[in-house]
Write a new protein. Structure first.
Length: 255
């Protein structure tokens, strides 16, 4: 048997055992199904609400993607500029460090006042959550670029733009990608919470409405869907990182 298949079966066996024990405990009355739904009930909720879950998932994926794309693009650009210019770094770093320590979800009420209820506050919160981690990662990575390498490029006649493009940015890619990974994770955490509070849309809205109606099985189905989406997004990010963005770097695994 293929070793990869064997590992997958071992992992799935643990999940199957836990779900079977939970099902038996609920059916035996040891755990009340009012608060913890049976795994079979959750499976039925998936089947009977497949279109609802799919539509909500697509909305959440759109919200995450738009917020992450805008926030990370702005964050990478600002991080490179601030990391390269010491004067700009000294001017703006106190403000950036202050705002980066504030929990991003606490800005949501302010965004609701600015944009009203709807998609605007969700996008704004996700953009903010994606912006700061990659900004800090890119800024720190640029600042840690080997000065000797930069000086060699300058002595060979490269101008500042050429040094940034051919020396600094490639050398900073691991730090930038680390920041992007953190930004994606934060975007994924913040977006469903914003959906719950603002407009009851997406998977966050599905979970909130299910809890409001005491449909615990559908609520858990939404939570599981979020978990699966998170795993898929991180797998895609890792694959792109290893095979397309930094193929020259050593990686512990190829996936």
């Amino acid at each position: 048997m293929n070793s990869t298949v064997k590992r997958a079966l071992i992992r799935l066996s643990g999940v199957a055992i836990c779900l079977s024990l939970l099902e038996l405990a609920i059916r035996a009355g040891l755990i009340t199904s009012r608060f913890v739904p049976r795994p079979t009930a959750v499976a039925y909720a998936f089947g009977s609400n497949a279109q609802y879950i799919l539509a909500s998932s697509l909305v959440t994926i759109r919200n995450i993607f738009v917020g992450f794309f805008i926030g990370s693009t702005l964050g990478v650009s600002a991080g490179i500029v601030l990391g390269w210019s010491r004067n700009l770094y000294l001017s703006f770093s106190p403000l950036l460090y202050l705002f980066s320590t504030i929990p991003f979800i606490t800005f949501l009420p302010l965004f609701i006042i600015w944009f009203g209820l709807g998609i605007g506050p969700i996008f704004a919160t996700t953009i903010l959550a994606a912006f700061f981690p990659v900004l800090m990662g890119a800024m720190t990575a640029v600042q840690r670029t080997d000065p000797a390498t930069v000086e060699v490029a300058r002595n060979l006649g490269a101008n500042e733009t050429q040094i940034l493009r051919t020396v600094v940015i490639p050398a900073s890619m691991p730090g930038i990608l680390s920041g992007l990974r953190s930004s994606l994770q934060l975007s994924f955490l913040v977006t469903p919470v914003a959906e719950m509070i603002v407009g009851a849309i997406g998977l966050g809205g599905l979970i909130w409405r299910s809890a409001d109606l005491f449909m615990v099985d559908l609520m858990v189905a939404g939570q599981i869907t979020l978990g699966v989406l998170g795993l898929i997004l991180m797998f895609i990010f890792r694959h792109v990182e290893v095979h397309y963005l930094t193929p020259w770097l050593p990686h512990r695994d190829s996936e």
